[in-house]
Each structure stands twice: as structure tokens, then as C-alpha cells.
Design a protein around this ligand. Structure first.
Ligand code: CP
Ligand code: NVA
Length: 303
């Protein structure tokens, strides 16, 4: 594994390996055991979109590993003025030991990795959010003990980065994945193609109550992702019936977790009541971004 661009590139074993290391790093952090695996290394962090969790958890994570993070907003660096990504990749490779990038098109991340001679980590594109899903899988395993055989239900925009990545990560680790989305918001074609091989372990429906039936973890995300602000009104209409609320939770397993990558919009994709009653899971999930990404950095960057 040279880069983390999307979960489609990883085997189930590689995903579990990262989760195991994430658990270990979480333990070490909690017990004050030093784990400076990346002493003296630098992670360049390119952001073309806003971020709270990804930015802070990567910066803090690389620091805890003995290295440093460089926040590179595209509104400040030359990339924002049109310097080609191919050149940015080759220049950063001369200074840094790894690059994390958050941007729009998945192709940009793939090109960056092609031209960089150092590991590249996808910190979110329109297509995928692999770091988030690694933290999500870690959190489900932490509470449920295993991933194999668990049912993960996603309700909302089935075509967004979270749905695409949850389907791949969930199926590769032995879970059943159900997606309830509005017509016209189906997952990306390459994800649909991938999921085909999993038969009835993958469920795609327009019925949130059916999708939630017996779910061990119920997941949701904003209806309008970053870059889709102009479609907000249309999406509010299209997803009006796709809220994680008491009726949905009634269908899920009694001890079902609720997960949300955050930021959350209470009253839209999730009610304030469900959010607050399951907040323990959601904020553990947010914390686990730190540990999961530290594991990714160690796997990719340790010399
Ligand atoms: N979940 C997530 O990636 O959060 P940020 O957009 O704040 O980084
Ligand atoms: N789907 C959301 C995820 C944010 C972490 C977005 O892309 O804006």
C-alpha cells in the first residue's frame, strides 16, 4: 500500500490491519505510551474545501507521531492560482514525507499520487472519504466487538462520498450494507459494480424504514455536500423523507448505534433527539478520526 486514495484500492485484510494499528495507537495515546513512529517527518495538508475534523486530527496526529503538519490552503498556495497538480506533487515531494489532500475531483487526488514520490492520503473528494470510513469501522468494531455480520444502514444521499465509501468499507469487512436514498441519488457506477458481487449483503432501496430494519448502526450525512450549496433547496425536497428520526430508529436493532461524519444539520438529515441520545457514539467516531489517520500515516510513511 503506497497511498490511501479510496477504499476500493484496499483489501479487507489491509483495512483490518489499519484498524488494528489504530486500536493500538489509541491505547498508547490513552496510556501515555510514546509512539513517535514518524519522528522528524512532515505532512503537507492541501485543503481546497473547509474542514474542522480532518484538519485538526491530521495536524495533531502527525505531531503525536513525532512529526509536523503543514496546513496548505489552496487559497494561499499557487495551486489556487492554476499551478498544475502535477507540479505541486513533484515540488511537495522534495520537501515533505507525505501529502494529505481534500479537494473536489477524485481524479485530482489520483493525479497527485501519480506524480508524487511520497505517499498521498485522500482527506475527502466528491467521490470518497476513506479516512472517515476507517474511523467509522473502528468505532463500530469498538462497540460491537466485530464487523463481520453487522448490518450498517445509510440513509440520505446515496451518491455522495460517504455512501460510496461506506458501501466499499462495510462490504469488504464482512458487513451487510443497506442504503436508503431518493431516486436519482444512487451510488457511483464503480461502487454499484463493486457491490454487485456481494449479492444480498448489499441492499439499495428508496424506503428508509426497510433499510433500517434490524440495523446495528444507522448512518447519515448532510443532504447537500460541500460544493452542492446551490442545490440545497432541491435536495431538501428530494430528501424530505430520508431523515434519521424516532420512526427509523424503531426499525433498527434495540442497541443500534447512530453515526454521523459531521457536521450535522439537526432537523434535516437527523432529529436533534436522535442525535443527542446517540451523541456518545458520534463523538467517539469523531475522536477515532485521530487514531485511524495516525495508523494510516504510520502504515504509509514509516521509513
Ligand atoms: N467529517 C469530516 O471530514 O469533517 P470535516 O469536514 O470537519 O473535516
Ligand atoms: N458529504 C459531506 C461530508 C463532510 C465530511 C461533504 O462532502 O460535504
Amino acid at each position: 500500500m503506497n497511498d490511501l486514495l479510496k477504499l476500493l484500492d484496499l483489501s479487507g485484510e489491509e483495512i483490518v490491519d489499519i484498524l488494528n494499528m489504530a486500536d493500538q495507537l489509541k491505547y498508547e495515546r490513552k496510556h501515555g505510551i510514546p509512539h513517535e513512529h514518524l519522528k522528524g517527518q512532515t505532512l503537507g495538508m492541501i485543503f481546497q474545501k473547509s474542514s474542522t475534523r480532518t484538519r485538526v486530527s491530521f495536524q495533531v496526529g502527525i505531531y503525536q507521531l513525532g512529526g509536523q503538519g503543514l496546513f496548505l490552503s489552496t487559497s494561499d498556495i499557487q495551486m489556487g492560482r492554476g499551478e498544475p497538480i502535477e507540479d505541486t506533487a513533484r515540488v511537495l515531494s522534495r520537501y515533505c514525507d507525505g501529502i494529505m489532500i481534500r479537494t473536489y475531483a477524485q481524479e485530482e487526488v489520483e493525479t497527485l499520487a501519480e506524480y508524487a514520490s511520497i505517499p498521498v492520503i485522500n482527506g475527502l473528494t466528491d467521490f470518497a472519504h476513506p479516512c472517515q470510513v476507517l474511523a467509522d469501522l473502528m468505532t463500530i468494531r469498538e462497540y460491537k466487538g466485530v464487523l463481520e455480520g453487522q448490518k450498517l444502514c445509510f440513509i440520505g444521499d446515496g451518491s455522495n462520498n460517504m455512501a460510496n465509501s461506506l458501501i466499499v468499507g462495510g462490504l469488504k469487512t464482512g458487513m451487510t450494507v443497506s442504503i436508503a436514498t431518493a431516486p436519482g441519488y444512487e451510488p457511483a457506477p464503480q461502487v454499484m459494480e463493486f457491490a454487485k458481487a456481494y449479492g444480498d449483503k448489499f441492499i439499495l432501496t428508496n424506503d428508509p424504514l426497510a433499510a433500517a430494519q434490524g440495523a446495528d448502526a444507522v448512518y447519515t450525512d448532510v443532504w447537500a455536500s460541500m460544493g452542492q450549496e446551490g442545490e440545497k433547496a432541491k435536495r431538501e425536497k428530494d430528501f424530505a423523507g430520508f431523515q434519521v428520526n424516532a420512526a427509523v430508529m424503531e426499525q433498527a436493532a434495540q442497541d443500534a448505534m447512530v453515526l454521523h461524519c459531521l457536521p450535522a444539520h439537526r432537523g434535516e438529515e437527523i432529529t436533534a433527539e436522535v442525535f443527542e441520545s446517540k451523541a456518545e457514539y458520534i463523538f467517539e467516531e469523531a475522536e477515532n478520526r485521530l487514531h485511524a489517520q495516525k495508523a494510516v500515516m504510520v502504515k504509509l510513511m514509516k521509513k
